[in-house]
Design a protein. Structure first.
Lengths: 841, 618
């Protein structure tokens, strides 16, 4: 240890591994906040992460105890977990520990222990000296269009651009001549600078971690830009190395400036030995206690879900005539609208599929200078779909312009703009409505426009991307899509492919509310594209040859559900034949009724809306809320997500799951050997598990792993938010998004034989890691035995729920109205807002 | 109609008191009180303005109550209403109402929901006290109230480091402006030999010319300007404005975007009759305004964050308004104020939307940056603007550091020997002043200065202390003893009533504060001033009581010491420059020292890591 050699590349690599990976906010991609520890078992990983970085990684012990007292954690479940984990003979002993033992809950992190000596030995607050200027410079360099004045040097790397400025300027960013000259000479490296500042090699790694994690937001963002430059529309050349070098130079400058010669490298004055940040962190008893509590908290809910599925005893789909079918995104927010549409029209059927609907491409909106990726983040599409003939004008909002920030223009404009702002204020207080300033899910694509879905010829290429799909490529996607959700026969006359997006105002995190399977964007284009493909005669012919016979009377229609405003838009309805046209009008009515009910169900969590009001009033209030500038919770995003159910709708149709389940349609009977299932399971861990874990960690430590409360956020350079002017970037989710969330891991339930499910999740190491390391729970629901097998320690074991009865909802509206609002957003109170699993009458 | 004026003070006060009685959970009631209060304010502000207009458009001066009266000193609550008040009250009323309504939804479920609305109403009270005030004493109460409520709103997220640090920074600038105002009042009192109301300002100015006291008049006017410049974030104080954007967006919008930051303009407008004939003052105001307008615009241009950009843009416009006031274009200044206030409030409130709006703008209108670093002047201006024209480091190095340095040189006051020495000296001072004044007669003329110097040094020691909070706190009380002795000695006559008013206030505050610190000391052995301890997280009530005692100790208008201090200033002669300078500095730093103790012990990152604690940089 004491003679540890410093290897720059290795340490940089490690740093990048542990830093947050959140990219620019415009494309919000959910991911496991502790992705760096995913190779370890969940409980080992969170324990280690908390020791290294000081994160709170679970609900606090006192809160677990309170949850037990309020019966949210069930005693029978707790006993069962203890006896499973510790043995049935020590249940009483461990229960005593869980409930009453006193533990030292103070967690002193390993990171930050070396750099603190600056203050202790030299009374210098290095963070205060360096951070504000460093953040301002880096933010200016990366800025995407907030500043009026462009950064003076374009198209050069960060360090080179600073060098250019320094060489051609009467003033300097540096305070001391010595450091400025060192910088201009270019005669330095991370190692040489560390030698000056830290002094001893064995401390270098520790120092760099201390430094980077003193502002993990900025360091993480720079690392993310280095790896994904396309996250910034206006690309910037920067890497973590440059950022570290510059910070070290500024530190050296601050030390020389403040202390002159009265300082020594920090490692030479400290008597503490260098800390091995990543040394094993054995679990103490407290960690083991928390582990049991967490399992008990999770299973207190899971048990009722599994019992519910058994009790509801889904009947097989009837073969009667269907009015229509609707394919929604698997998103758990669509769980309730599906329930309501089925209740409104009991002859319709609904499906769930990942919201990019099997078509991956870049989308170029008309007049847009850039491409938007519309598929899951890890996929790199080879296709481009372009929009033309759009007729909506892009409106602008002069008051948002930066014109009023100038000297003279400000003088001339501040008076008229000021009084105009006054009228705007009155308007937004009393008559909120959609405006160009508001992020509108439907503005992503014009509903009258034409898309280049079909490839004309192989040479039709733009920037290396093929424009549109060939028939073969369409067929491959159509077949994969239909087989994935088990829609291979018995087609309804109209099939709606319903994407989702979210409109919200004053919300830098609006991307997190859009479709996760479309890289954080509204999925309307994907819905249109897949509908077009499935309506295509040539595609249908080839599909028929593959024994998927889509009758000519069946037509597919793209649509999009705005999950914040509860509005539904339809695309290309003009193609419908006369019979379907009439039916479509009826269906719209059904959708509208379902949207009313959905709005009502959602409104129970919104303090500004009285759920008991008339349906129409509530619906209007929900719509207003989505365009209200003063509403920090236009919707609640993925908050409360807990389940991913992969199987036929009949499994869950009789259940009230309170919008907590990702519902992915899959028909085991069409896939006896699990070939389709392997594909279906691929994104589940990454997408649903990623969302779930980001919510989990942002919930348990909103201060460090989340973005904190939104209220003071300041938009930085159009790519992130920070508190105040000199703050670090805040990755993660803001408090307003996670307060309804119960921090439990995702439970995936797959309707198939356990051995088939096992084979499917073992198809690749990346997929299997989620389950093997327990970051996501998985259970198989045996379709013929009608019982559950829970995956543990590499095998599926039979799971018998302890719950044997559930309450039934007779009147949905009355039930929703009777639900209580949380007293405070503390977990013990907040979790009460999440309703238990109920059977539907 | 004139009798209605005090209603503008009474209403927010009632609303403020009323709100204290509801728990944080009662969001609807708390917000409703603020909404009803502010809508009544709109109604009354507009109807009063109309009535006033119909009744002949003549300024109203209304004496409410005399709080204290002695020979040559009269502390009166006095109200005044003219076109300036009319504009400020109508604009203010709308903004207050708007933000109250906005915040009702915006602040939902914030753990500080109640605290926000309480501070909001307290601020409203202070704002009205200022704009309706008829004399400097009344205005000064409002001035202090606004200062405190601003501090509390900036440090709203009190368990994070940056809000606390920046709140302190703003407080120190505000305190500078307080002291400037006190000095102006002091000199004005010497100029006119009475406490004058604003209606007498023209006369006061004439008196100065008549008696050839132009130096006095110039000093007074410059102090007005300093007070206004600091409060309105003009050069070289502008950097506090973006740093004040720490609280919820809605509070930043109303306070730092609009109302609070335009109060300096108000003071200039109000005191205009006094300095309208002093050319030098006008030139200074125009220069400061112009420099601010230029420098702030340049800084605004390079800001890569939305709120700081708005802050600098707003400061630049206020610079122009300063010029308008100086050249006498008052209606333009008032309209400009209204426009700027409405615009910046709105821009700040919608600032989170900018991400979406400008990213879309970028989608359709992006043009690549092609700049190269050829233009040396441009680069220099860019670099300087990123560094905010070094305003921060200049203030730090030349304004605060010298005093910190002095404080450190007298650090031995904190040691046991140093404490014995100052206690002995303090007893000697008391003896020399109250018990045996005869014995010390030979050195009498030096004693006030000596005592005052001792007070200042002790205060500076506490101000820069990194050691025991309890010693630093105790020393502040001893400093007060020296101040009392210095003034009494200086006056020569002992007025027991005044001494009692002053001493009772600070002593009670000091004892209560000591008890609070003792309570914390029992929990935690280390409550040194070297670090933030964040005890408000677990000791909310103690923190609140300590805050009140800190305010009491520095003469905030909650104890009789407030009037005592005002009276004391008048006991220093117009030509006693050294003494007044020392006293002013003492009052400047005693506040900073006391609040610093509050900050370090109660605010900032909570030191116990058994729950999530914010990163220091977040």
């Amino acid at each position: 240890m004491s003679n540890k050699i410093f290897e720059e590349q290795h340490v940089l690599h490690e740093l990048k591994h542990y830093l947050p990976t959140q990219q620019a906010l415009k494309d919000f991609i959910h991911h496991n906040s502790l992705h760096a520890f995913q190779h370890m078992k969940f409980y080992d990983a969170i324990n280690k992460a908390s020791k290294i970085f000081g994160f709170q990684v679970s609900i606090e012990l006192k809160d677990f105890r309170e949850l037990y007292k309020t019966k949210r954690i069930r005693e029978d479940i707790l006993d069962k977990i203890i006896s499973e984990k510790k043995g049935s003979n020590v249940v009483i002993e461990w229960k005593q520990k869980l409930l009453n033992a006193e533990y030292d809950t103070i967690n002193q992190p390993r990171v930050g222990q070396l750099r603190k000596y600056w203050k202790e030995y030299f009374y210098i607050d290095l963070d205060n000296e360096v951070h504000p200027l460093l953040f301002r410079i880096i933010c200016s360099f990366l800025d995407q269009g907030v500043a009026i004045e462009n950064y003076p040097v374009a198209n050069k790397s960060f360090i080179e651009s600073i060098k250019d400025i320094e060489q051609n300027s009467f003033v300097s960013f540096f305070k001391t001549k010595k450091v400025k000259e060192l910088f201009l000479s270019g005669n330095y490296s991370i190692e040489s600078l560390l030698q000056l500042i830290v002094g001893k090699q064995e401390y270098f790694e520790q120092y760099l971690f201390d430094q980077a994690f003193a502002h993990h937001g900025w360091s993480g963002f720079i690392s993310a830009v280095e790896d994904n430059p396309q996250t910034l529309l206006d690309p910037k050349k920067i890497n973590l190395n440059e950022f570290i070098v510059f910070e070290l130079l500024l530190e050296l400058d601050a030390l020389n400036n403040k202390l002159g010669n009265n300082w020594k490298p920090i490692a030479t004055v400290t008597k503490e030995t260098a800390i091995d940040l990543f040394a094993d962190a054995p679990k103490n008893e407290l960690a083991k206690v928390i582990e049991i509590w967490q399992d008990a908290f999770e299973f207190s809910y899971y048990d009722t879900v599994m019992a519910g599925i058994l009790l509801a005893g889904g009947e097989d789909e009837n073969e009667n005539k269907k009015s229509f079918a609707a394919i929604f995104c698997i998103d758990e927010r669509e769980c309730s609208i599906r329930r309501h549409i089925e209740a409104t029209d009991n002859t319709c059927v609904t499906f769930g599929a990942p919201g990019f609907f099997g078509v991956e491409f870049y989308f170029k909106q008309q007049d847009n200078l850039f491409y938007d990726k519309l598929c899951p983040a890890p996929v790199t599409p080879k296709f481009l779909i372009k929009e033309y003939d759009a007729i909506t004008n892009k409106k602008s909002e002069p008051i948002y312009s930066k014109d009023a920030h100038g000297f003279l223009s400000g003088f001339l404009l501040s008076i008229p703009f000021g009084f105009w702002a006054f009228t705007k204020k009155i308007q937004l207080l009393f008559f909120p409505k959609m405006s160009p300033a508001i992020s509108d899910a439907y503005s992503h694509m014009d509903n009258q426009s034409v898309l280049t879905i079909e490839n004309k010829n192989a040479s039709d290429v733009e920037n290396g991307l093929q424009i549109g799909y060939t028939i073969d490529e369409m067929v491959a996607r159509a077949e994969g899509f239909l087989r994935g959700i088990g829609m291979v026969k018995n087609f309804a006359p109209i099939v709606y492919v319903v994407a989702h997006g979210s409109s919200s105002a004053n919300n830098p995190h609006h991307g997190a509310h859009d479709c996760g399977a479309c890289s954080g964007r509204p999925g309307a284009t994907n819905a249109r594209v897949m509908s077009y493909i499935l309506n295509n005669q040539k595609v249908r012919e080839v599909l028929a040859a593959k024994s998927i016979n889509i009758p000519s009377s069946t037509q597919f229609i793209g649509a999009m559900h705005d999950t914040a405003a509860d509005v539904m838009g339809y695309y290309d309805a003009t193609i419908l034949n006369d019979v379907n046209k009439i039916q479509h009008q009826k269906n719209i009515q059904s959708f509208e009724t379902a949207l009313d009910l959905n709005a009502k169900e959602r409104s129970r969590r919104f303090a500004s809306i009285n759920t008991k009001n008339e349906l129409q009033q509530v619906r209007k209030a929900i719509l207003n809320r989505s365009v209200s500038l003063f509403e920090p919770r236009p919707e609640l995003g993925h908050g409360t997500n807990t389940l991913a159910i992969i199987g036929r709708r009949d499994m869950t149709k009789g259940l009230f799951l309170d919008r907590r389940a990702f519902l992915n349609s899959y028909d085991y009977s069409t896939d006896p050997d699990g070939a389709i299932l392997t594909n279906v399971m691929k994104p589940i861990g990454l997408v649903c598990g990623g969302i779930n874990l980001e919510y989990y960690f942002s919930r348990v430590d909103n201060i460090k792993m989340g973005a904190g409360t939104k209220l003071p956020h300041n938009v930085m350079g159009l790519f992130g938010v920070a508190n105040s002017s000199d703050g670090d970037l805040r990755p993660g989710l803001p408090w307003q998004m996670i307060e309804v969330h119960d921090p439990v891991r995702l439970l995936v339930i797959v309707e198939h034989k356990p051995e088939v499910v096992l084979k499917a999740i073992q198809s690749s190491d990346e997929v299997f890691e989620w389950y093997k390391n327990e970051w996501v729970h998985i259970a198989a629901f045996h379709p013929t035995e009608k019982c559950f097998y829970y995956f543990k320690n590499g095998v599926f074991e039979k799971y018998m729920p302890l719950t044997n009865a559930l309450n039934t909802i007779d009147d949905m509206q009355a039930f929703i109205e009777s639900a209580k609002e949380m007293e405070t957003n503390h977990i013990v109170h907040a979790t009460k807002e999440n309703l238990e699993v109920h059977l539907l009458n | 109609m004139n009798q209605l004026l005090p209603l503008f003070i009474v209403l927010p006060f009632i609303a403020f008191i009323f709100n204290l009685f509801f728990a944080n959970k009662k969001e609807k009631v708390i917000a409703a009180i603020a909404e009803i209060g502010t809508s009544l304010y709109i109604l009354s502000a507009i109807s009063f303005a109309i009535m006033w207009f119909i009744n002949g458009y003549t300024p109203i001066n209304q004496k409410l109550i005399t709080l204290y009266k002695t020979d040559g000193f009269e502390f009166v609550l006095n109200f005044y209403y003219d076109h300036i008040t009319a504009v400020y009250s109508v604009v203010g009323a709308f903004l207050f109402f708007f933000v109250a309504r906005f915040s009702r939804y915006y602040m939902h479920r914030d753990e500080g929901f109640k605290r926000f609305f309480n501070t909001f109403l307290f601020f409203l009270l202070g704002f009205n006290l200022i704009i309706f005030s008829g004399n400097f004493e009344t205005l000064f109460i409002g001035w202090e109230v606004i200062g405190l409520s601003s501090f509390l709103l900036i440090a709203f997220y009190r368990n994070r480091y940056l809000p606390v640090k920046n709140a302190y920074k703003v407080l120190s600038i505000y305190r500078l402006s307080d002291i400037a105002l006190i000095l102006a009042m002091w000199m004005l009192h010497h100029l006119t030999h009475q406490n004058i109301s604003f209606t007498q300002l023209t006369k006061a100015s004439a008196t100065a010319v008549e008696h050839q006291h132009t130096g006095m008049a110039l000093f007074i006017a410059l102090m007005f300007v300093l007070a206004a410049v600091a409060k309105s974030a003009q050069f070289p104080f502008t950097t506090w404005l973006p740093r004040a954007m720490e609280g919820p967006t809605s509070s930043s919008a109303i306070f730092y975007g609009s109302l609070s930051v335009h109060i300096g303009v108000f003071v200039l407008l109000r005191t205009y009759p006094f300095w309208q004939d002093i050319l030098l003052v006008k030139i200074i105001i125009i220069c400061v305004g112009a420099i601010t307008a230029i420098v702030s615009s340049l800084i605004a241009r390079v800001q890569p964050t939305v709120k700081t950009q708005i802050a600098y843009a707003s400061a630049a416009q206020i610079g122009i308004i300063f010029i308008e006031v100086a050249v006498g274009l008052h209606w333009l200044a008032l309209i400009h104020f209204a426009g700027n206030a409405f615009l910046r409030t709105y821009q700040l409130l919608v600032s989170p939307s900018v991400l979406n709006y400008l990213v879309h703008h970028q989608y359709f209108h992006h043009t690549a940056n092609t700049s190269t670093a050829d233009n040396k002047l441009k680069n220099s201006i860019y670099t300087l603007s990123i560094k905010e024209w070094n305003m921060d480091s200049i203030l730090h190095n030349y304004l605060w550091m010298p005093f910190k340095w002095i404080g450190r040189q007298v650090g031995f006051f904190e040691n046991i020997i140093g404490r014995v020495i100052i206690i002995v000296l303090g007893l000697l001072a008391i003896a020399a002043t109250f018990l045996y004044p005869i014995i010390f007669e030979s050195i009498n003329i030096y004693l006030p200065i000596a005592f005052m110097l001792a007070a200042l040094l002790i205060i500076l020691c506490s101000f820069s202390s990194r050691k025991s909070s309890r010693v630093a706190w105790g020393n502040l009380w001893i400093a007060h003893v020296f101040i009392i002795c210095a003034i009494v000695k200086n006056t020569g006559v002992l007025n027991w009533q005044q001494v009692a008013m002053y001493a009772s206030g600070v002593t009670v505050a000091s004892i209560v504060g000591s008890i609070c610190l003792y309570k914390i000391k029992k929990i935690d052995s280390d409550i040194s001033l070297n670090n933030y301890h964040g005890y408000v997280y677990e000791q909310k009530n103690t923190a609140f009581i300590f805050l009140l005692s800190a305010l009491g100790l520095l003469g905030f208008p909650i104890t009789a010491a407030f009037i005592g201090i005002d009276v004391f200033f008048t006991h220093i002669g117009a030509n006693q420059y050294a003494l007044i300078a020392l006293l002013a500095l003492s009052f400047l730093f005693i506040e900073l020292a006391a609040i610093r103790i509050y900050l370090r012990i109660f605010l900032g990152l909570h030191k116990k890591l058994d729950h999530p604690v914010a990163f220091r940089s977040s």
